[in-house]
Design a protein around this ligand. Structure first.
Ligand code: AMP
Ligand code: GLY
Length: 426
């Protein structure tokens, strides 16, 4: 079968690498892809949100399955368009993708089916948001309701700071239309975890747990990013908590989507805070997480193409998810300055030496090929991922591989997976 994978990040390189291992795969096209995906298939120069062109390409190249990686084309109805043309597509329909694209919708849905989340309110006018934030004397979390590349969330310990951020989001529109609505919610305390599940409309198959590292700096300091590293499994999520998350979060949400007449299909990602009162939802994503996908797929032993097809056909109960029991750690190497302004086009060296290490995969994110050299082409540049006998060994191996790679201004956190290692020691 020919497959068209849409996207260009580290997540897409990991998906492409994993699909390549499938016996069912004939040709793999990645649109637009990056320097890493070019080694797994054929990159196609079409933007990930140009749905019309993607569809045309799929028809011309006898694509049997389209896999939509990022949230923007999902929210814009990419899956609906492919299905209408008779091409199987992996991911939720546009209406179901609102679970991520409209945090106000997600809050309301969670409220309607009693899923535990932070207390929050949705505002459409800055004056109302300002009055509400000013009336509070504790920390607030301010979120642009729409899609903002993972950067639209601010945890503000001081309400004055919250008002300032709210003004930038709603009045200055620093995230464009994503800031037309604002969510103000309570700050939750605890350790975070990412739970991803394959959902085929009714069956829910949870993947192994993972943990992301959102802030730019060591010790979770500085502004939020798209994610600076991840590991799997996350020991904070015990087996007991996994079943509680399935029962009290995933099942009610998938049921609610069915009642709304927009069955959920694809990957459902719950970003959770493991509070002293149990797991609470911070956000839903309607796709594989980035960078969680890199360590998760390095551990997946089952055929990903088979799983994706089963999701599209509503036959998930016909497949088994098998996992490598060894943990995996992914360290993101970013461009200096990210998540603010940064320069592109820096030549990257050492990729071969790092990639040649046993149980290491260097997943590309923001990279491109220029004059035969791999250069940086985005904020998050690489996701250096390693498997190890335990989490400390996986971390050590990932950082050993990072040490072999260089580009001007390269920045990475040095504490990825430390929470898991500390927990194990305790
Ligand atoms: P989100 O994109 O909604 O997951 O938010 C990005 C990050 O902001 C999360 O990974 C958390 O670190 C933080 N965050 C979001 N909502 C809250 C909350 N209610 N309490 C504390 N931290 C939060
Ligand atoms: N790792 C968080 C995300 O994919 O949005």
């Amino acid at each position: 079968m020919n497959v068209l994978l849409i996207g260009s990040g580290g997540r897409e390189h990991a998906i492409a690498w994993k699909l390549r291992q499938s016996k069912e795969l004939d040709r793999l096209f990645i649109a637009p892809g990056n320097a890493g995906t070019a080694a797994c298939g054929q990159n196609v120069d079409i933007g990930d949100s140009d749905i019309e062109k993607l569809l045309e390409f799929a028809k011309e190249n006898r694509v049997g399955l389209a896999i939509v990686g990022p949230e923007d084309p999902l929210a814009a109805g990419a899956v609906d368009a492919f299905e209408k043309a008779g091409i199987k597509a992996f991911g939720p329909c546009g209406a179901a993708a609102q679970l991520e694209a409209d945090k106000g919708f997600a809050k309301q849905l969670m409220r309607s089916c009693a899923v535990s989340t932070a207390e929050g309110r949705v505002f459409e006018h800055f004056a109302d948001a300002k009055a509400f934030i000013a009336s509070r004397d504790e920390a607030v979390v301010i979120k642009a309701a729409g899609l903002a590349k993972g950067k639209g969330v601010y945890v503000c310990d001081d309400p004055a700071e919250g008002i300032n951020i709210a003004e930038q989001i709603m009045c200055d529109r620093i995230f464009g239309e994503a800031g037309a609505k604002l969510i103000v919610e309570d700050k939750l305390l605890g350790e975070e975890a990412s739970i991803l599940a394959f959902v085929d409309g009714h069956n829910i198959y949870m993947m192994e747990s993972a943990q992301d590292h959102k802030p730019i700096g060591d010790g979770d300091t500085g502004p939020n990013t798209g994610g600076m590293g991840a590991y799997s499994p996350a020991p904070v999520v015990t087996d007991k908590l996994m079943s509680q998350i399935s029962r009290e979060i995933l099942v009610p949400v998938v049921d609610a989507m069915n009642r709304l007449g927009t069955p959920y299909k694809g990957v459902l990602y719950a970003g959770l805070m493991m509070t002293s009162g149990g797991p609470r939802v911070l956000e839903f994503n309607v796709r594989f997480g980035d960078p969680e996908t890199q360590p998760i797929l390095m551990r997946l032993k089952s055929d990903l193409l088979e799983v994706c097809l089963a999701v599209c056909e509503g036959k998930l109960d016909g497949v088994t998810l098998r996992w490598d029991p060894r943990p995996a750690v992914c360290v993101v190497m970013a461009s200096g300055g990210y998540p603010g302004d940064y320069e592109k086009g820096k030549v990257i060296t050492g990729l071969e030496a790092a990639g040649a290490m046993e149980d290491v995969m260097v997943f590309h994110a923001g990279t491109a090929t220029r004059d035969g050299q791999v250069v940086s082409n985005g904020g998050r540049v690489l996701g250096v991922t390693a498997v190890g006998t335990d989490i400390a060994a996986a971390k050590a191996r990932a950082y050993e591989a990072v040490g072999k790679i260089a580009f001007e201004g390269a920045y990475w956190r040095t504490d990825i997976a430390d929470k898991a290692i500390g927990r194990k020691r305790r």
